[in-house]
Design a protein around this ligand. Structure first.
Ligand code: ATP
Ligand code: MG
Length: 268
């Protein structure tokens, strides 16, 4: 197929290449996408299994707005990581669309997907994925090097991010010298340092004790409130679930329930 990204800029190109989609339909889709940071339409994901295929996700229709603090919740194997990977442009849908920041993930080239991740997305994984031979400073600095940000500005941004997570005293330490909670705080600082629009966190507290989990979640709530960063979690940890403002339950690869938590203003 000849088309690449579907965005306002190349709408004409898309309409030319995809004869089954009329210009009117495409414009309607663009309008609906305007206020959403993530928009998922009729998404299916299957993995090849020998001669057949395993359907990990089906009939997914979701929309997330800017500044949400939302979690994908569900039992092991329900499709949380699969969906998070697609939203993170690490994988593509088998059918349907996943729009992330106005770009349709399945239509991006590898280079465009890398660009989207580099510029606009932050990732926090269960296993931290820190570079063990590098210092805390260097780990957090890494995304800024990819963005070719100058040294003085990098330093300020890294120190700001380490301050958010309370680790300015560990700048020169290396990950093996840190506790699990501290490693996860470095991972949060690394995900947040470039102030991404969207942070994707897959079981971010799975290796942490209760005290560290709460500390990290409070840090993320603060960043969500102060920077308006959108957070999307994949989790079955009750501690994480307790902080969510929207809970999307997955069961057997489908959305089983989608509920907003009422915020009691008197609690604040
Ligand atoms: N690359 C793959 N090839 C084949 N099947 C896969 C692949 N990735 C995931 N699956 C299957 O898709 C289903 C959903 O997996 P996924 O990792 O999204 O679940 P999850 O909800 O994140 O579970 P957990 O809570 O255990 O992390 C599982 O049955 C899994 O075996
Ligand atoms: Mg998972």
């Amino acid at each position: 197929m000849g088309h690449k990204t579907l965005s306002v800029d190349n709408l004409a190109v898309y309409v030319q290449c995809e004869s089954s989609v009329t210009k009117k339909e495409t414009l309607k889709q663009m309008t609906m996408d305007n206020n959403a940071i993530i928009q998922i339409r009729d998404l299916t994901k299957s993995f090849p299994m020998g001669k057949s295929a395993f359907t990990a996700l089906s009939d997914i229709n979701l929309s997330l707005g800017k500044g949400e603090f939302t979690g994908l919740i569900g039992p092991s194997g329900s499709g949380k990581t699969t969906l998070l990977n697609i939203v993170g442009s690490l994988d593509t849908p088998t059918s349907g669309e996943a729009w992330v920041l106005n770009q349709s993930v399945g239509r991006l080239t590898a280079r465009e997907a890398a660009q989207l991740r580099k510029e606009s997305l932050g990732f926090i994984f269960q296993s931290y994925n820190l570079l063990v031979v590098h210092t805390v400073f260097e780990n957090v600095e890494f995304p800024l090097l990819l963005l070719k940000i100058g040294a003085a500005e990098r330093r300020k941004m890294v120190m700001d991010a380490l301050e958010w997570v309370g680790l300015t005293d560990k700048v020169r330490s290396k990950p093996p010298q840190l506790s699990g909670g501290e490693c996860q705080r470095v991972a949060i600082a690394r995900a947040m340092v470039k102030r991404p629009s969207l942070v994707l966190a897959d079981e971010p507290t799975a290796n942490l004790d209760a005290a560290n989990s709460h500390h990290i979640l409070q840090t993320m709530v603060k960043l969500n409130e102060e920077l308006k960063t959108t957070f999307l979690f994949a989790t079955h940890d009750e501690k994480v679930i307790g902080y969510l403002r929207r809970k999307i339950y997955l069961l057997d690869g489908k959305v089983a329930q989608d509920e907003w938590v009422k915020v009691d203003q008197t609690e604040k």
